[in-house]
Ligand binder design. Sequence first.
Ligand code: SF4
Length: 100
Amino acid sequence: MTAATTPQESRLEVWIDQGLCTGDGICAQYAPEVFELDVDGLAYVKGDDGELLHTPGTAVLVPLVAAKDVIDSANECPGDCIHVRRQDDGVEVYGPDAST
Ligand code: SF4
C-alpha cells in the first residue's frame, strides 16, 4: 500500500530571538540542519549554504524532514525564543506568540 498524499499544507518558517536565547543548545541538538550555536554562545538559524544568519528576525524555510524537530525545539526552548510561522500568511503556529 502506498502512503496517502496529504493535502498541501503551508510550509513553515522559523526564526530565533537571540535576545532571549540562553545558549543551552537544545535546538541545535534537535535540528542541527536548521539551528547552530555561534561563538557568541547564542543560537542562529542557517541559510541553505549552512551559513548562520545573524540579522535579527531573519527567518528560514523549515525543511520538511526537520519540521517535527523544529516544532519540538520551539516547544521546549527554555528561552521561549524560537518562533515558527506559516509561510503563506506569517501566522506564528509554534512559539511564544502562537495562539493556543
Ligand atoms: S533552545 Fe532556545 S534558548 Fe536554547 S539555544 Fe536554542 S534558541 Fe537558545
